[in-house]
Ligand binder design. Structure first.
Ligand code: TLP
Length: 349
């Protein structure tokens, strides 16, 4: 029986082409700037994002933290969404290691922050206040069901931040999903932000890695913070090689994941005991609610026994993420397994 793992797109394995590229990678000591494969990945990433320079990091979490450290000083305040990944799932690193206060404003269901809310959150000149130095956005938005921020919205909110002397960092862990959904190059979406991080290890299927992009001067400073965090990786070309394959060959196929996510949502809607928890499925993430009379833990156990996995959120909220290792047929199979578990729970109740 095939395990259908919809917990995250992070579960994807490297492709045979990636493994071959890793085996053959030319390497050097990256802390000396001498790894040709890392250098190639960084220039390719910078070019794709339309930024001057890029920095290869271990993870999305390290990229975001490096970004925050580089943009701020201890005691500063950063503004971010109440549903932001940086706020929820990065172990409070910005506060613990960056010494910044996180000031949240509500995300709407499309992952946006209200312009007025952001403007009100920006601290004025007052001896009592911390200094606001950074606004963080997220595209696509994980906890908002893979919602996409448009270039128009991004421009508007960046303009507001910049007018107040505040920099903007975009957590673009899934920026290529956004680009494919919008049908525009990622550089169009990130044009107005000062820095952007994106992940190679999610839908793009590389085993490890993320890239932080920005101006040359910014990335030079970020490189030092990455080193401080223990992210100087020496012969990192071995993993960067997979990242290059990811960027060169794995982007367009994300459209299949989006189509599969829509198919999954359509199927889930038909299942008694399940409600889709988002208005539209824009990319590869589907949030759904299990009816409150059914037990979330029994649902998960039942699914595990049947060889299907979804991500648990709070209470009866679940997340399913489509990716390269999930075919259209797997979606239909997953729906059957979910349907049968729901039915069993209902019959018992
Ligand atoms: N997200 C993971 C978990 O941490 C929840 C997932 O399975 O979706 N930004 C965004 C928007 C992310 O979704 C993630 C990973 C990260 C940053 C962090 O990336 P990693 O896991 O590489 O540190």
């Amino acid at each position: 029986m095939k395990i259908i793992d919809l917990r995250s797109d992070t579960v994807t394995y490297p492709t045979p082409e990636m493994r071959k590229a890793m085996f053959e990678a030319e390497v050097g000591d990256d802390v000396y700037g001498e790894d040709p494969t890392v250098n190639r990945l960084e220039s390719l990433a910078a070019k794709k994002m339309g930024k001057e320079a890029a920095l290869f990091t271990v993870s999305g979490t390290m990229s975001n933290l490096t970004a925050v450290l580089t943009h701020t000083r201890h005691g500063d305040e950063i503004i971010l969404g109440s549903e932001a990944h940086i706020f929820w799932y990065e172990v409070g690193g910005a506060a613990a290691l960056g010494g910044v206060m996180m000031h949240t404003v509500p995300n709407d269901e499309k992952g946006r922050l209200g312009l007025q809310d952001v403007e009100q959150a920006i601290r004025g000149k007052n001896i009592h206040y911390p200094v606001t130095t950074l606004l963080c956005l997220e595209n696509t938005h994980n906890r908002c069901g893979g919602a996409v921020l448009t270039p128009e919205y991004t421009r508007e909110i960046c303009e507001l931040a910049h007018d107040h002397g505040i920099k903007v960092h975009l957590d673009g862990a899934r920026i290529f999903n956004a680009a494919v959904a919008l049908g525009v190059p990622p550089s169009t979406i990130v044009k107005d932000v000062d820095s952007v991080s994106f992940c190679l290890s999610k839908g793009l299927s590389a085993p490890v890695g993320s890239v932080l992009c920005g101006s040359k001067e910014y990335i030079e400073r970020a490189r030092k913070f990455r080193k401080m965090l223990g992210g100087g990786m020496r012969q990192a070309g071995v993993i960067a090689a997979a990242g290059i394959v990811a960027l060169e060959t794995m982007i367009d196929r994300l459209a299949d994941d989006h189509a599969n996510a829509k198919r999954l949502a359509r199927g889930l809607k038909q299942i008694n005991g399940i409600k889709i928890a988002q208005k539209t499925v824009e990319t590869n993430i589907v949030m759904f609610d299990l009816s409150p009379e059914l037990s979330a833990s029994e649902f998960v156990d039942g699914l595990n026994k049947k060889g299907a996995k979804v991500g648990s959120r709070v209470g009866n909220l679940f997340r399913a993420v489509t990716h390269r290792m999930i075919s259209k047929k797997d979606i239909d199979e997953a729906l059957e397994r979910i349907q049968s578990v729901c039915q069993k729970l209902q019959n018992r109740g």
